[in-house]
Design a protein around this ligand. Structure first.
Ligand code: ZN
Ligand code: ZN
Length: 382
C-alpha cells in the first residue's frame, strides 16, 4: 500500500487550532464543522448529527469494515498554560488531549483517502467522551451498522508515558466508572441538644469510613478496585445540626465480582448504617462506563504495528489505569484495541490529564497517526 508520508506540520497546525477553540461535550459544533468539511474534501461519505454532534466519515466497500474513533470534547477547566495556542474560550480547555485525537483522525483520513483499500473504513468523530454519553449516543444512532463494523481501533495521547513509547495491553486496560449519590436524612436540631435530633453529619462520617472497608474487606484481593468519596455536603451554620447530608463518589474496577456487587454493597452499607443511627439513606448508583477490554488478537496486531514504528522495547504491554474511557462501549460490541501513545516530556515534568497545565509533546501526533493508519492497513490486508 503506497501511503503518503505523515504530515507532521498539518498535525501540529490542526491540533493547535483545535486547542484554541475547545468545546464541551455535545457542543462540538465548530470542531464538527471542521471535521465535516475536511472529510467531504477528501471524498468521504459524511453523516452529521450521529450521536447529536458526532460526525461519521465512510470510505470503501468490502468484506470487512474498520471503525476508527476520535473523541472531540474539551473539559470545563480554565487553561493555566501561557502558550501561543492557549484556549480562547474562558472556562474550557482541551486538558485531556482530544484536540490531538481529532488532528490525528483527520491525518489518518487524509492518508487512507489517497490509497485503494481492500475494505471499508469508518471514522467516528465522537462527542462527549468526558460526559460518558458520546459513544452510546453514536451506537444508538447506528454507527456500528450499514455497513456493519468488524473491528474498532482508537488511541489516546498519554502523559503517563514519555513520548516515543506506546502502551497496548491485551484484556482489561481501563477501569469501569460508576457514580453514586447518597442522601442521608436525619432530623435537624440545635447543636447544643443533639439528643433531640438525628445528626446526618455523624451518619455521613460513618458511611464514608465504612465505604472504605468495601475494598479492604468485601473485595477479593486479586480483583482491582477503588472506592472514592469525592463530595460531601451538609449544614449551613455552626450551631445547627443539619437534617440532611449528601455524599457523592465513584467506584472503579476492571470487571469481576466486585464490579457486579458494588451497587448492592454501597446501598447496603449506607442504608444499614443510617438505620443503625435512626436515620435513613437513599442511594442513586449509575454505571457510566464499563471496563475497557482489548481483544487479545487485535492487541497483538496493533502491538506489532507499534513495534515497527517505535521499536520492540518501546511498546509496553502492561499499562493499565483506573481511569475510564467510553471507547469501551465500541469494544464491547466489536473486537478491537485502544492504545496509549506516550505524550509526556522525557524529563517527567509534564502535567497529568485534566490539569489546567496539561499539554502534550507534539511528537506523539505523528506516532499516533502512523499507528492508526498502519493498523487499519494491516487489518484490512491481513
Ligand atoms: Zn479525560
Ligand atoms: Zn480523554
Amino acid at each position: 500500500m503506497n501511503l503518503p508520508p505523515v504530515d507532521r506540520a498539518a498535525l501540529v497546525r490542526d491540533r493547535r487550532d483545535l486547542h484554541q477553540h475547545p468545546e464541551l461535550g455535545f457542543q462540538e459544533t465548530r470542531t464538527g464543522t471542521l471535521v465535516e468539511e475536511r472529510l467531504r474534501g477528501l471524498g468521504y461519505d459524511v453523516k452529521t448529527g450521529v450521536g447529536r454532534t458526532g460526525i461519521v466519515g465512510l470510505k470503501g466497500t468490502g468484506a470487512r469494515c474498520v471503525l476508527l474513533r476520535a473523541d472531540m470534547d474539551a473539559l470545563p477547566i480554565e487553561e493555566a498554560n501561557e502558550v501561543p495556542y492557549r484556549s480562547r474560550h474562558p472556562g474550557a480547555m482541551h486538558a485531556c488531549g482530544h484536540d490531538g485525537h481529532v488532528a490525528i483522525g483527520l491525518e489518518v483520513a487524509r492518508r487512507l483517502a489517497a490509497v485503494t483499500l481492500p475494505g471499508a473504513v469508518k471514522f467516528a468523530f465522537q462527542p462527549a467522551e468526558e460526559l460518558s454519553g458520546g459513544a452510546t449516543a453514536m451506537i444508538r444512532d447506528g454507527i456500528l451498522g450499514a455497513p456493519p463494523v468488524h473491528a474498532a481501533f482508537g488511541v489516546h495521547v498519554w502523559n503517563e508515558l514519555p513520548v516515543g513509547m506506546i502502551g497496548i495491553t491485551a484484556g482489561a486496560m481501563m477501569a469501569s466508572v460508576d457514580e453514586f449519590d447518597i442522601t442521608i436524612t436525619g432530623t435537624g436540631g440545635h447543636a447544643a441538644m443533639p439528643h433531640r435530633a438525628i445528626d446526618s453529619v455523624l451518619v455521613a462520617a460513618h458511611v464514608i469510613t465504612a465505604l472504605q472497608s468495601l475494598v479492604s474487606r468485601r473485595r477479593d484481593p486479586f480483583e482491582e478496585a477503588v472506592v472514592s468519596v469525592t463530595q460531601v455536603s451538609a449544614g449551613h451554620a455552626f450551631n445547627v445540626i443539619p437534617p440532611e447530608a449528601t455524599l457523592r463518589g465513584t467506584v472503579r474496577t476492571f470487571g469481576g465480582k466486585f464490579y457486579e456487587d458494588a451497587p448492592r454493597l454501597v446501598e447496603d452499607t449506607a442504608r444499614g448504617l443510617a438505620r443503625a443511627f435512626g436515620a435513613d439513606a437513599t442511594i442513586a448508583f449509575r454505571r457510566l462506563t464499563g471496563p475497557l477490554v482489548n481483544d487479545p488478537a487485535m492487541a497483538d496486531l496493533m502491538k506489532s504495528v507499534g513495534e515497527d514504528i517505535v521499536g520492540k522495547n518501546r511498546v509496553k504491554g502492561d499499562i493499565r489505569t483506573m481511569g475510564g474511557e467510553d471507547m469501551s462501549y465500541f469494544l464491547k460490541q466489536v473486537p478491537g484495541c485502544f492504545a496509549f501513545v506516550g505524550s509526556a516530556r522525557a524529563d517527567g515534568t509534564s502535567f497529568p490529564h485534566h490539569s489546567p497545565r496539561f499539554d502534550i509533546e507534539e511528537d506523539a501526533l505523528p506516532i499516533a497517526a502512523e499507528l492508526l493508519t498502519q493498523t487499519t492497513a494491516r487489518y484490512l490486508t491481513g
